[in-house]
Design a protein around this ligand. Structure first.
Ligand SMILES: [Zn+2]
Length: 208
C-alpha cells in the first residue's frame, strides 16, 4: 500500500513538471515535416544542386515509409513553392502539431567540414521536449550506415524552432559543400534511410 502510494505520488509530481502534449499520451501524434527553403529561396547550392530540392526529396521520402498507426505527417510543402518562415510555424499551429521537424542541409567555405547537426530552441516553452526529440533523432541518425558523422546537437536561435507552438527541431543532415556528404544527401537510397530514421525517432518519442 505504501509502495502504491509513493508510486502515485511520484506520478503526480512527474505529471506536474512535464508538458507532454495530450495526443502524445494517447499514442497519437501530428508531425509537421518542413522541407526548408523553396521557390525563390533555393537555400544553399553546391555543384549546381539546390538545397531546397534536396530538402524536399528527403521530406517526401517519408511518404514511402511505413508508419505506426497514430502518426500523422503533414508537409509544409510538397513542391518547389516559396514559404515564409512564419508560414511554416503557422501551418504547425493550424494543424495543432505535436512536433515540427525542419529538414535542411548545411554549407561551408571549407569543404572538409562534414557531419549532421540538430538544433532545438533556446527559448520558449518547448525546450525540454524538443531536446528530447533531438536526442531520439540523433540516435537514429548515428545508427545509420552513412559516412556522415554526428557533428553536434545543441540549442540555437532559429525562427522556426523558437516560434513554433510545439516541440521543434531543425536537422541539418550534412554539408553540401563536402563532396562525400553531398553524394549521400542526393542519393535516393540514403534519402530513404534518412526518412526511415525520422519515422523511427518519432516512434521512440511517443513511446518513451
Ligand atoms: Zn537551409
Amino acid at each position: 500500500m505504501k509502495r502504491l502510494f509513493s508510486f502515485a505520488l511520484a506520478a503526480l509530481i512527474l505529471s506536474a513538471f512535464t508538458t507532454i502534449p495530450l495526443d502524445k499520451k494517447k499514442g497519437k501524434i501530428t508531425v509537421v515535416v518542413d522541407a526548408g527553403h523553396g521557390g525563390k529561396d533555393p537555400g544553399n547550392n553546391a555543384q549546381g544542386i539546390n538545397e531546397s530540392d534536396v530538402n524536399l526529396q528527403i521530406a517526401l521520402a517519408l511518404k514511402n515509409v511505413k508508419k505506426k498507426k497514430g502518426i500523422e505527417i503533414i508537409y509544409t510543402r510538397k513542391d518547389d513553392s516559396f514559404l515564409e518562415l512564419h508560414d511554416r510555424t503557422n501551418i504547425a499551429q493550424d494543424k495543432k502539431a505535436d512536433l515540427l521537424i525542419s529538414v535542411h542541409c548545411d554549407n561551408y567555405s571549407d569543404e572538409e567540414l562534414n557531419g549532421f547537426q540538430i538544433f532545438y530552441p533556446n527559448t520558449g516553452n518547448y525546450i525540454v521536449e524538443s531536446k528530447k526529440f533531438a536526442a531520439d533523432l540523433e540516435k537514429e541518425l548515428v545508427n545509420l550506415n552513412t559516412p556522415i558523422p554526428h557533428k553536434s546537437t545543441k540549442s540555437g536561435s532559429h525562427f522556426v524552432t523558437n516560434k513554433a507552438k510545439c516541440p521543434a527541431v531543425i536537422v541539418e543532415l550534412g554539408f553540401m559543400s563536402n563532396p562525400t556528404d553531398l553524394q549521400v544527401l542526393t542519393s535516393e537510397d540514403y534519402q530513404k534511410q534518412f526518412a526511415e530514421a525520422i519515422v523511427t525517432s518519432i516512434k521512440t518519442y511517443i513511446e518513451d
